[in-house]
Each structure stands twice: as C-alpha cells, then as structure tokens.
Design a protein around this ligand. Sequence first.
Ligand code: XIL
Length: 489
Amino acid sequence: MSDFPLSAGGARRPLSGSRRALTAGALGVLGVVTALATTLPANAAASTLGAAAAQSGRYFGTAIAAGHMNDSTYVATWDREFNSVTAENEMKWGPIEPSRNSFNWGSADQIVNHAVSKGMKVRGHTLVWHAQLPSWINNNMSASDLRSAMTNHITQVMNHYKGKVYAWDVVNEAFNDGGAVGTLRSSIFTQKLGNGFIEEAFRAARAADPNVKLCYNDYNIDNATAAKTQGVYNMVKDFKARGVPIDCVGLQSHFGNPPSNYQQNIAQFAALGVDVQITELDVGGSGSTQADAYRRVVQACTAVPRCAGITVWGITDKWSWRSGDTPLLFDGNFNKKQAYNSVLDALNAATPNTSPSPSASPSRSPSASPSASPSASPSASPSASPTRSPLPGGCSATIKTINSWGGGFQSEVTVQAGSSAVNGWTVKWTWPSGQSISSLWNGRQSTSGSSVTVTNETYNGSIAAGGSTTFGFTANGNAATPTATCTSP
Ligand code: XIL
C-alpha cells in the first residue's frame, strides 16, 4: 500500500518456504489429532488447555522464565497444561547477544530443550525490537554496520534454533502507538536504516530458515479499525503483494477486555493470507468479568480457521509482568482461576479445525476509529535487593532487577498502595553510577541528570488499598536497585 513505503533492497526469495512450513504444521497437527484420538472418545472434553486446543488443531502456550524453572510446581503446571512455549526474555537481543557476535544461549536453551523433550511447540521471541537491546547497538554505529549486525543476529539465532522453533517474531512493536496510520516508532532501526528495516529483517529471516513461520508481532493492534491496526494491515498487504516473506501476525493482546471487533480483526488479517497468533495474552481483572473476557478471546480465535493458537504471557499471577492486575489463568498458588475454566470450556467447545485454511472469511475494514485497550504493566522473575519507602496512607515503590547482561539490565518497579487507595502516583530515585533508562513501559518518565521521576499512565494510576501495580524499564550501565520514593496526591 502506498501508505507504507517499506521497500528495502535485499535479494528476493521465493515463498516456497512458507508452503513447506504449512505442510510441516499440518503434519504436526495430524500427529496430535491421532494421538488424541487414541486417548479420547469423540467429543469428550479435554481436561487441560493444550489438549483442549489440540482438538481444533491449535496450540495453547505460555511464556516461561528460565529463572523460575527450579520451581517444581511451575514446571509441572507448564508440562501439564501447555503444549507451546515462548521465552519471556531469554531470546531477546540484549540477553542472547550481550557482546557482538558472542551468544549467551544458556537460559534460552534451558527453555527450548525442555519444551522439545516434551514435544511442545516453541515460539521464538524476538529478533528485532527497539527494547532490551544490548548496549553495543548504539548511535555510534553506521547504517551499514547496524545492518550487518542485524543480519548476523537474525542468522545466528535462527540457525541455533533451526528445527526447534515453529514461528519467529521477526520484528516486534515497530509501529507507533498512536499517531497517523502507517507511522513507525522512532528507533535506532528507523533512524539508521529507514522504514525498510522491517522488510530487510523479514528477508534476512527467510534466508536464514525457509521452514519456519515469520511473524510481525505488536500490541494495541487488537481493534480492527484502530489506526495502528490499519498500519500493520497495510504493511502485511503490501508485503504479500510484493512477495516479501511474512507468514503470521502476532496480536500480543495485553488488555483488560478484547475489543468488540476482535474476531473481525483476526479474520481481516487472516484474509490477507497469513496466520494469526495470539502471542502474549493477559487480561487484567478478576472473577467472572475476567473469565468472560478470556472466553471471548478464545471464541474469537477458534472462530477463525487461520487463528493458529494462543499463548498466555505467563502461568501464575505472582510472576506476571502485570502481577498487580492479576491477569493470568492461575493464582499465586498455582490454583486454577475462574478464567482458567472459561478458557478450557471455550477450547472444548471449538469446532475441529485440523487444517487452517488460507481462505478465511474476509470481513475487511480498516477505516480509522479510536484505538482500544490500554497496554500493560511489567513484573517478572526475581533477583537483587528490594528497597521500600514509607507506606501508611500513601504508596511505596520497590525496584527489582529481573535481568542483566554486559552493559545493560531490566528492572521491574512495584508500586504499592498503603492503607488507603491511591489515585495517581509519582516514583523517584537517583542513579548511583551513571545508569540511564533506554526504554520504559507502563509509566511516564522524566529524567534530569541522575534523577529519575516516573508517573502513572492513565490506566494504572488507581490502586486499591493494599494493592499494587508495576512498571518496567531497560537501562544502560550496571544493574542497580536504588531506594525509590513514592508519593500520591
Ligand atoms: C516483558 C517481560 O514480560 C518482562 O519480564 C520484561 O521485563 C519486559 O518485557 N511486549 C513484548 C514482551 O513483546 O517481550 C514483553 O515482555 C511484554 C510486552
């Protein structure tokens, strides 16, 4: 589409790879169905999420953090309920290539090897993203140097996981959140390589592995008519028209409620000839409201043949990146929540769909309207020292390092309300030794020298008495957990 001049110069390759991948996918599905047929009478309800999804030819996955794999309940729940996995952080550029061309496979391999030994699918997440980058990717690089670093990264990582990964999020979150249709978020990639970096990345990925599905993944592209969704829709249409390899669109789906046109949105992407995957589902809330929202997500996916599977962004609320929103299917003690039951029932109710057909129902639409869901808020695996500020009445903030690599780290900040509810919050701290934030989510940042101030977004300013919310960031420098203060008006 003319909205999206993403052309890049890379060599063109035939699309035979995606056809081969489809065949492999169909064979995999047949295998699952055969296995199920021997254990389940026709129409029997399956008792786990993975088995229930497999009845209609789909997978049901979860994000896993290697740091929690020493918890036996965590691993047992993963093994019992899920038949696909995404590494929550371990395959991102910073963690996996901390110094140039020197790869740290350890924790990602831990997840992949376990998954492969259990016959699970693996989603690769993610090759090119503006966040969680290593510090050696920086503005001192020339365009050609960045291009060769990107191509090498894509090639090495995809080679390492060849045959084990089912689909790769080749490019993550490249579109502007808000703004005109088709505008990209400004990043080192757009600045140095131009908008064509997305196409370049997809071509490099296809060259590295012709047999894996290549996905574009993003958040806030759940509403069929939102400007951001239209931009991605136009890009996929353009890629398909020009033979740029793309096989799937990932809807992250971090929200509190699916938009009412969510199914229509899945169908409109499918109608372009790509699979749709729900890649990072988590739905803030509780009880029947949450259960109902989850049910509608599953119904929307299972109604569209090319909606290939669903991944939730974690197992238990206690380790969710949005733990304050209790957005997952298991509570902090790994008990099944009401939402779990509604998901299981909806999966069991789906009509069989053993061969996702490319001719999905075209309920087109792009034509501007407000963007839907709020995005999300972070939290995750432990490490480092918690620090707190005074509570009663007001709020406190705790900074935790959840990941680090040469020259960079990621942190999660929990903002907790005291004995009364909080409406709006401000968290402040001072960096001890020259650290600087590279990317921050679920909060608004202002920085002055070493002093950092973060205030709430509109959607996470209200915290119930005793409740909490989280925001997160990646930063350059050595991991640090300075004391943070929290104030509320
Ligand atoms: C999140 C992880 O869950 C956190 O542990 C980490 O601190 C930040 O990243 N979109 C994505 C995911 O594509 O990779 C993000 O995962 C959540 C938003």
